[in-house]
Design a protein around this ligand. Structure first.
Ligand SMILES: Cc1cc2nc3c(=O)[nH]c(=O)nc-3n(C[C@H](O)[C@H](O)[C@H](O)COP(=O)(O)OP(=O)(O)OC[C@H]3O[C@@H](n4cnc5c(N)ncnc54)[C@H](O)[C@@H]3O)c2cc1C
Length: 462
């Protein structure tokens, strides 16, 4: 097969404007944080329809051509990296919202739609798509589904997996698996869509999705809490959940090391709470009555202060104040900007053991001379902690040394090396800390069955 034949075949389907090669690739990249590094690929393909994706995959199967999928390029595990032997497919031109069904509370979209646009479309109809995370302005629905993204509201609304009702997927050989149903209940054999959710593009290309919406909450109240110790962070979560009658919608923790620079970046000298406490929590309630919900929260926080569960609290007074408060958690780029070389982790652990685990990791990192700092924060209510390790130097040796410190203890805690970001390239070597040999073998068998030539996102996950 000559390269020209392959590219001609693509151009025959997509036209010249849908196939970027050569110098045109210099304008493109494989991650939003590496825009200065030109995309390495044989070609970048920009289909407009599912039919074009089907035809591309038939050509790729014919030529055994490896393919890397691109969404919004915000993943944190190297899963959109490619090389000159691979073609890249981006669904950025397939970004339409196809239908919003208010009665069924569903939204049908093309996979290239940006998450923030999807959220807005639902919001405009007094509905909500609750998936929310810092990269929402760039991440695509196809990428979010392929990573089974989590984010800030998981413990109330679930992971992306819980928010997808139907999927349209193109398999490696061009077969279309279309199940764009709006059903909450459908026990007709295996739930095949779940196979593709979180598969990081290794089993199929997601081209459309039916998303589940919920009624837009009529009230939103946010507060920042300060704690003397981790035990109180855990106990207060349980106490708030039982007293807030299902309206607690977020409970995000920041270790002091993270609160200090974040608060300084967001609030300057006018901090909402003094920076001397070991733990801070950003919490949110979503309910039906703004004033009553606020009063209830105010009373509860006052009780919590009286009982010594929390040490200090700042309740936001306006939507603008809430937005600013949430910047503390959503704009971790403030912390990343302080790092010389940042390495990111998302760990899952039983909630009660997080403190012990983090202390052990911090002590071990302290012994690595090239580690400058470790910023700790996370989705506390989901048992999901993020670490950003700042280092004086980069390179395989330092990356592996930090990985070993962070991942090695995970198994003994019954935790996971990836709560939400996925495995991609960066965590492949550590998958065995979370999955048994039998599980990994089954994953490999599934991959072999669905993509026998191994052309979809080769080398990712397994
Ligand atoms: C600032 C910041 C904050 C973040 N916060 C969170 C967070 O709180 N929670 C969280 O879970 N993640 C978070 N992430 C990680 C990232 O945003 C998510 O993983 C996101 O879901 C990736 O979507 P994307 O469109 O950018 O996908 P990409 O990065 O482009 O791709 C991700 C994977 O999906 C595959 N893929 C993309 N589109 C398709 C498709 N249509 N069909 C098949 N495969 C496809 C790619 O090949 C790749 O393997 C954060 C990232 C950043 C930069």
């Amino acid at each position: 097969m000559s390269q020209d034949n392959l590219l001609e075949a693509f151009m025959g389907q997509l036209g010249t404007e849908g196939v970027l090669t050569g110098e045109a690739l210099n304008e493109r990249y494989s991650h939003i944080w590496e825009m200065d590094q030109p995309l390495r690929a044989k070609a970048l393909l920009l289909p407009r329809t599912t039919e074009e994706v089907i035809q591309i995959m038939k050509i790729c199967t014919h030529y055994a051509q490896p393919v890397v999928m691109h969404g919004g390029l915000t993943n944190l595990v190297g899963s959109t990296q490619s090389n000159e032997k691979e073609v890249v497919i981006s669904l950025e031109r397939m970004n339409r919202i196809l239908e919003l069904d208010e009665d069924n509370r569903t939204l049908t979209v093309e996979a290239g739609a940006i998450l923030e646009n999807v959220q807005q479309a639902a919001w405009n109809k007094n509905l909500m798509f609750p998936l929310n995370f810092g990269a929402k302005g760039s991440a695509q629905i196809g990428g979010a589904i392929s990573t089974n993204a989590g984010g800030l509201k998981v413990f109330k609304y679930g992971m992306t997996r819980n928010l997808v009702l139907g999927l349209e997927v193109v398999l490696a050989d061009g077969t279309l698996i279309s199940s764009l149903k709006k059903l909450i209940k459908d026990n007709t054999g295996y739930d095949l869509k779940q196979l593709f959710i979180g598969a990081e593009g290794t089993l199929g290309i997601i081209t459309k999705a039916v998303l589940k919406l919920i009624e837009k909450p009529r009230s939103r109240n946010s507060a920042l809490l300060a704690f003397e110790d981790y035990n109180r962070v855990v106990k207060t979560l349980k106490w708030l959940e039982s007293n807030l009658a299902g309206t607690l919608s977020a409970y995000e923790v920041l270790w002091q090391v993270t609160y200090r620079p974040m608060a300084a970046a967001v609030f300057g000298n006018n901090l909402p709470l003094a920076p001397e406490f070991p733990y801070y929590v950003l919490m949110e309630t979503s309910g039906a009555d703004q004033e009553k919900d606020r009063q209830r929260l105010e009373h509860l926080l006052s009780d919590a202060l009286d009982q010594g569960m929390i040490t200090d609290a700042a309740l936001s007074d306006s939507p603008a104040q809430q937005e600013q408060l949430w910047e503390l958690r959503e704009h971790m780029d403030h912390v990343v900007a302080l790092c010389r070389h940042d390495q990111h982790f998302d760990i899952s652990l039983p909630i009660g053991q997080i403190e012990e685990y983090v202390l052990g990791v911090l002590m071990a990192l302290d012994k690595l001379p090239f580690v400058r700092e470790c910023y700790v924060f996370g989705h506390m209510a989901d048992g999901n902690i993020h670490l950003i390790v700042d280092k004086t130097k980069q390179g395989e040796e330092t990356i592996n040394a930090v990985n070993e410190v962070v991942y090695a203890p995970i198994q003994s805690y019954g935790g996971s090396v990836s709560a939400e970001h996925g495995i991609g390239m960066h965590k492949k070597a550590y998958l065995h800390y979370s999955r048994s040999p039998e599980e990994i073998r089954l994953m490999k068998s599934l991959k072999q069955m669905v993509d026998p030539l191994g052309i979809l996102n080769p080398g990712k996950i397994v």
